[in-house]
Ligand binder design. Structure first.
Ligand code: HEM
Length: 415
């Protein structure tokens, strides 16, 4: 049944590829601009592809890591999430308040129900010691989903003055920060903690660092949400430092065993897989805004602050969130649809190069003003192209998985 989430995720990825190509063609002046597509482009990836998969895998992963039986499929959560997403997909582009509030409330309810489900799935008494539960992803997921609640609340009321009574100074930024630095960062870190050993074939370098990484990310994200909320650098700057420290530590945890395998011998075949490099290079694009942020804050000449603020969120989502998905989505799809085959990360060398070149062109479009349109168009074309092999890979996994289910179910009835 969790496959239902994956099917929805696959559907949204196809739509996300179409939206990326649309962005490319409109930037190159080959298509007219459609109102509302900007929102769709980001949210088809964040809410559509990623949230669907996250909701599908988290209960299963927590059950496996805590030695619990496979949890029953929660139709209530699936229905609330998907009805909410579809309502938002219709409501936001036409800015219809009733639809947006209904959609936001449904997604909020789905997130509350999932948090409650994960909260109840703590380690079983016997397994508690052996499995070192403090080194698992469950608390990353619960904390990440709690930031999601905040992100949904701010996002749903963004155009209806809710930020006035919530006293949020810069609501769009607070929304983006709660969802990216909070939800996505924490959930992705939890997924790495829970699955790295399986796809990299070796453990993280310093398993005991998982707890400090968790707290650094939580407090970092809190500072990054409170910063725009109260418009105070006293929260943003420490938040950024804590969050970046956690990210760097997590990266080193992944990189060290790949470069220096635990046994001392080079067993690096897996380390050379493009999927692993998709995961690692994706994190460069979460750090890119951090690298230029001080230049904007100091008002350095030639640094186009406004253009960066307008484009950085999209670069973050395509470069980091989408690219992380290129590797992890096929991995989870394989485990769900083809459980008898060894699961590996997705993507290939082409998607790796295209996804990262897309980020380079997007940032180049910001700094080379005279070539803004063409570079912007090339960036989205590259991101769209990078997603194609991954989409085909997902499609093949789904069709093979469904064929397998058909075979298990025996010959179809004839009339
Ligand atoms: C129910 C959930 C959500 C709602 C109701 C929502 C709503 C919104 C709204 C109304 C905007 C403003 C669009 C504009 O100014 O044109 C926005 C922007 C944005 N949201 Fe969300 N959002 C949700 C979830 C998420 C998630 C999970 C993420 C993940 C990171 C996210 C990331 C963003 C980003 C990056 C932008 C800025 C887009 C840009 O400037 O191009 N949102 N959202």
């Amino acid at each position: 049944m969790p496959t239902l989430y994956f099917l929805m995720s696959g559907l949204f990825i196809v739509m996300a590829v179409i939206a990326a190509l649309d962005a490319s063609l409109t930037s190159l002046n080959l298509l007219p601009w459609f109102n509302g597509l900007r929102w769709l482009r980001v949210h088809l990836i964040t809410l559509g592809a990623m949230t669907e998969t996250i909701f599908g895998v988290l209960p299963l992963l927590v059950a496996i890591r805590h030695g619990r039986p496979r949890p029953a499929f929660r139709w209530d959560i699936w229905l609330a999430l998907n009805a909410g997403l579809l309502t938002l997909l219709v409501g936001i582009p036409i800015v219809n308040e009733a639809l947006i509030v209904a959609g936001g409330t449904l997604v909020f309810s789905a997130a509350v129900l999932l948090i409650d489900q994960l909260r109840r799935m703590g380690p079983t008494v016997g397994a508690e010691h052996a499995a070192s539960p403090e080194r698992h992803g469950r608390r990353f997921y619960i904390a990440g989903l709690s930031f999601f609640l905040l992100g949904i609340l701010i996002g749903t009321g963004l155009w209806f003055g809710w930020s006035d009574w919530l006293r949020i100074a810069v609501p769009l930024e607070a929304h983006i920060h709660a969802n990216s630095w909070g939800l996505m960062s924490l959930v992705f870190a939890g997924l790495i903690v829970d699955t790295y050993a399986m796809w990299a074939g070796r453990p993280l370098a310093w398993p005991r660092s998982v707890t400090p990484i968790f707290w650094l990310t939580v407090f970092g994200a809190l500072g990054l949400v409170l910063g725009p909320w109260l418009q105070s650098l006293y929260f943003t700057v420490p938040g950024l430092i804590l969050h970046q420290t956690a990210t760097l530590w997590l990266m080193l945890n992944m990189l060290r065993p790949l470069i220096l395998p635990p046994s001392g011998s080079w067993r690096g075949a897996r380390a050379l897989e493009p999927g692993i490099w998709h995961v690692i290079t994706s994190y460069f694009w979460i750090s890119a805004p951090v690298i230029v942020a001080p230049l904007i804050l100091l008002g350095v000449r030639g640094v186009p602050g406004v253009t960066i603020e307008q484009n950085a969120p999209q670069a973050l989502i395509y470069g980091w969130v989408f690219q992380f998905g290129f590797a992890l989505l096929p991995y989870f799809f394989r485990r769900a649809f083809l459980p008898d085959e060894p699961a590996r990360l997705g993507g290939n060398w082409f998607s790796l190069v295209a996804a990262n070149l897309g980020g380079v062109f997007l940032w180049a479009s910001i700094f080379v003003e005279s070539l803004y349109g063409p570079f912007h168009g090339i960036a989205y074309a590259l991101w769209g192209a990078a997603a194609v092999p991954v989409t085909v890979e997902l499609w093949r996994i789904i069709t093979r998985g469904l064929a397998r289910l058909d075979a298990v179910g025996g010959p179809a009835a004839t009339d």
